[in-house]
Design a protein around this ligand. Structure first.
Ligand code: ARG
Length: 458
């Protein structure tokens, strides 16, 4: 069949060129945005007298019928159509005859595809933000549940200082809050309408771009028609927000994987979010967390693919830009799945508080508190640090913990020690004392939880 754009050429393309050129297999998911965009366009053409009012009405009714038929499954996408824009217009013209051919007045597929993609991604951001908030809720509820569960906090993956599991989980809550903000920020910049930029230079018709933008829920219009059709920053920005979100989820995944190992045994994932091995009967594998960690690479790849596609691309529209959609759609699908799985995995996860506490009791993670005790008694920090180090060395050589040394043994290192030292190095006390804003103290974590809950209730 000759192409709708047959004119200068006879429109008879080679089958392999058609297949190569076609994007309908992946852009058909924008059918709703495409049709709503066209309805607003028809409305604008009628209002401005560019086409007759009754023609505009016929187009709008026709388009709404095409939409209904796609949604009901009655109308199937024609895989030989070049893209979703051509498909909808072809179908409309099939139904309405010559009137259908008026729809594309004062527009181009270049501004149309930019419009559809913005509208589609805007909806995707709304879905992703909802999912982030659900995950935030699971994480915060878990933190609430374990706000007093003491565990070792790590630096260099070495036991460092006692914290609570609640405090550790709330660190992820803060990352997710930033993710939410990043998506909303990206949405704000995305939410301007490019339609009316036409091919690149605007048009000779007296269009009303603001009217169309308002109808489609945009906050404004793009200011330069060349930029309107060339800009894919909104895709790149959204991809980078998705890459950062996945980076957070992959760090969280890694910790969950470590924590559920026999070596740690800090958490136990629910059977409903783990898998068994086909050969080793004892296994319970954290596959969900591993997959999220793995899929992070894929989302980074999507971001790099689009950045590379756009690099050095001249203005305005180039067909290279058709490559934007698969990258950004793949990342959206991946991110949505990961967020959903993660929320389920976290809310069904249980902590082994005894093991966490036992791990916290080893590794001298109260050594800083030992030094601070001497400082409070008047010793300069550097000297206190050195003495505490010597005491730790003694414990290591005698295979003891700090709590097990007698007062006489302590006094061999400094006269400043008295009975109070045992209270000072008690793990619960170590946590409780960390009263600084944002610190691991129970009250502080309680405040962090409250802060996030308030944000979630807004
Ligand atoms: N399918 C195309 C895309 O996704 C639509 C824009 C086509 N414009 C053009 N001048 N060929 O980018």
């Amino acid at each position: 069949m000759a192409k709708m754009w047959a004119g200068r050429t006879d429109g008879q393309t080679d089958k392999i060129a058609d297949d190569f050129n076609s994007s309908i297999s992946f852009d058909s998911r924008m059918f709703k945005q495409d049709i709503l965009g066209s309805m607003a366009h028809a409305g604008m053409l009628g209002k401005q007298g560019i086409i007759a009012k009754n023609e505009a009405e016929a187009l709008i009714v026709g388009l709404s019928e095409v939409l209904a038929d796609i949604e009901s499954g009655e109308l199937q996408f024609d895989e030989t159509s070049e893209d979703i824009h051509m498909f909808v217009e072809q179908e409309l013209t099939k139904r309405l005859g010559d009137v259908g051919k008026k729809l594309h007045t004062a527009r181009s597929r270049n501004d149309q595809v930019a419009l559809d993609t913005r509208m589609y991604l805007r909806d995707e951001i709304d879905t992703i933000v909802d999912l982030i908030r659900k995950l935030l809720e699971s994480v915060t509820d878990k933190a609430q549940q374990y706000k007093e569960a003491i565990m070792p906090g790590y630096t260099h993956l070495q036991r460092a200082q006692p914290i609570t599991f609640g405090h550790h989980l709330m660190a992820y809550a803060m990352m997710l809050l930033r993710d939410e903000e990043r998506f909303l920020d990206c949405r704000r910049r995305m939410n301007v309408s490019p339609i009316g930029s036409c091919a690149l230079a605007g048009t000779t018709y007296e269009t009303d771009r603001e009217f169309e933008a308002k109808k489609l829920g945009f906050a404004g219009v793009t200011l330069n028609s060349i930029d309107g059709v060339s800009d894919r920053d909104f895709c790149v920005e959204m991809l980078s927000a998705m890459a950062i979100l996945m980076m957070h989820l992959s760090r969280f995944s890694e910790e969950i994987i470590l924590w559920s190992s026999w070596e740690f045994k800090f958490v136990e994932l629910s059977d409903s979010f783990t898998t068994g091995s086909s050969i080793m009967p004892q296994k319970k594998n954290p596959d969900m967390a591993e997959l999220v960690r793995g899929k992070t690479g894929r989302v980074y790849g999507d971001l790099m693919a689009l950045l590379t596609t756009l690099k050095g691309l001249p203005l305005a529209y180039n067909k290279d830009m058709q490559e934007d959609k698969e990258a950004v759609f793949d990342a959206c699908d991946t991110v949505k799945m990961c967020l959903e799985v993660f929320a389920g995995m976290v809310s069904t996860m249980t902590a082994n508080e005894q093991n966490m506490l036992a791990a916290a009791q080893k590794g001298f993670i109260n050594a800083t508190d030992l030094a601070d005790y001497l400082v409070k008694k008047g010793m300069p920090f550097r000297s206190a640090y050195k003495i505490s180090g010597q005491i730790v060395a003694k414990c290591i050589s005698e295979n003891k913990v700090l709590e097990a040394l007698t007062l006489e043994e302590y006094k061999e290192f400094s006269d400043l020690f008295d009975e109070e030292i045992y209270k000072e190095i008690d793990l619960k006390a170590c946590v409780e004392k960390r009263i600084s804003f944002g610190g691991t103290g129970f009250k502080s974590v309680e405040n962090q939880i409250k802060y996030v809950k308030e944000k979630l209730n807004k």
